[in-house]
Structures are given as structure tokens and as C-alpha cells.
Design a protein around this ligand. Structure first.
Ligand SMILES: CC(C)(COP(=O)(O)OP(=O)(O)OC[C@H]1O[C@@H](n2cnc3c(N)ncnc32)[C@H](O)[C@@H]1OP(=O)(O)O)[C@@H](O)C(=O)NCCC(=O)NCCS
Length: 184
């Protein structure tokens, strides 16, 4: 359930300004849970480059999580696999720390799962989570993902080797189409 009074919409991240993106992305607590490709500090140039890459189709399918006011609160992406993995997509997401614990990430995952199923015909979503990221694990579980295993010593972050937890969601269990809040 959404805890706050606002609901979120997913729309192309290209609707967001670089300033709005930098405002939520320039944060160590966000960056330490993401791949090193996500810069810290996150400059305005980084935001401009990211949006250009999205525009050129280099970043998969990338949505902004928007409030009704148009305020950007987070980002969620789908990166479809290739070849035999073409019905599967990795999901990546973050919410600006200013907006944590209001249910936005959970709702975004539910919306994107629905969209992935009905719009893209995908069969599976997955995410890998650093072993210390309990908030992300909780969010994935609330959105229906199951822990499929632990990838031992699979990542290095801040010079420390760590495990990643693999979460998967097999799509097709929902017959409720709610893509109205997911525009692309
Ligand atoms: C993980 C993240 C996306 C969650 O976003 P959010 O909008 O705050 O998530 P929600 O509000 O939907 O749910 C948060 C849940 O995590 C729980 N939580 C928060 N901090 C926690 C912690 N340290 N340990 C355990 N659970 C925690 C909350 O209590 C809530 O669960 P509840 O509804 O059962 O109380 C956000 O913290 C974030 O962007 N983190 C940095 C980037 C990141 O980790 N991305 C995911 C990479 S796999």
C-alpha cells in the first residue's frame, strides 16, 4: 500500500530536468547501494549525460517516478536481456533520500512489473542487491519478488568484496492491467 497521500506516476525520465535528476541523485546514501557507474558526487553534467544516453536508447527503458505535482522522486529502469534471456529484464531503481519510506519504490516496482508484462510481454524481472541493503530487499519482497539465492563474493563496492542477493519475479500472476499510471 502507498503510505503517503500522494500516488506516483511512471513516465519517461526524459520528462525530468537535469536539475531535478541531480537533486535526487547527488547523495552518498543512494550511490553506495548502486553500481559504480552511478557517480558520486552526481553533477549536473552527469545528469545531462545520463539523459542524453537515455535519449539515444543506450540505457534500456527508464522511467521517472513522478508525483501528481510533476515533482521527480525517483528513477526505475528495465534492461531487457538478449538471446535466450530476451523475455527477462533487470530492474534498477532509486528514490531520492528526501522521499524515502513513503512507499514510492514499492509502488514503482508494482507498476513497472505490470507494464513489463502487458506492454512488453516480458516473463521475468530480476534485481541484484548488495548484502547490506535491507531496505531494497524489503521493497522487492513487498512488490512480490522472491529471493532466489545469494551470489557469494560477486561484487566489490568501496574496496570491499560482498555478496549480492538475487531477487526474481515471474510475471503473469496478475490479470489486473494498471498501465494507466505508467506512460511511455
Ligand atoms: C531502497 C529504496 C529504493 C527504497 O525506496 P522507498 O521509496 O523508501 O521504499 P518504500 O517506502 O516503498 O519501502 C521501504 C521499506 O524498507 C523498510 N526499510 C527502510 N530502511 C530499512 C532498513 N535499514 N532495514 C530494513 N528495512 C528498511 C521500510 O520500513 C519499508 O518497509 P515497510 O513498509 O515494511 O515498513 C531507497 O532506499 C533507495 O533509493 N536506496 C538507495 C538506492 C537503492 O538501494 N536502490 C536499489 C538497489 S538494488
Amino acid at each position: 500500500m502507498i503510505k503517503g497521500t500522494d500516488i506516483i506516476w511512471l513516465e519517461s525520465i526524459l520528462k525530468a530536468t537535469p536539475d531535478a535528476l541531480q537533486y535526487i541523485a547527488d547523495n552518498k546514501s543512494v550511490a553506495q547501494n548502486l553500481r559504480d557507474a552511478f557517480p558520486h558526487p552526481y553533477t549536473l553534467d552527469d545528469a545531462v549525460t545520463f539523459l542524453d544516453n537515455v535519449r539515444q536508447g543506450k540505457m534500456g527503458i527508464v522511467y521517472g517516478m513522478f508525483l501528481n505535482t510533476g515533482e521527480l522522486v525517483g528513477v526505475i529502469s528495465l534492461t531487457p536481456g538478449r538471446d535466450v534471456n530476451r523475455f527477462s529484464a533487470e530492474v534498477g531503481f532509486f528514490v531520492g533520500e528526501q522521499y524515502w519510506n513513503r512507499g514510492y519504490a514499492t509502488e514503482a516496482l508494482r507498476l513497472v512489473g505490470n507494464f513489463a508484462q502487458f506492454r512488453h510481454g516480458l516473463k521475468r524481472l530480476y534485481a541484484t542487491v548488495f548484502d547490506y541493503n535491507h531496505a531494497s530487499m524489503r521493497v522487492l519482497e513487498k512488490a512480490g519478488f522472491k529471493k532466489e539465492g545469494i551470489m557469494k563474493s560477486s561484487a566489490v563496492k568501496d574496496d570491499k568484496i560482498l555478496d549480492e542477493h538475487l531477487y526474481g519475479l515471474v510475471l503473469g500472476n496478475s490479470n489486473i492491467e494498471i498501465i494507466g499510471r505508467c506512460k511511455f
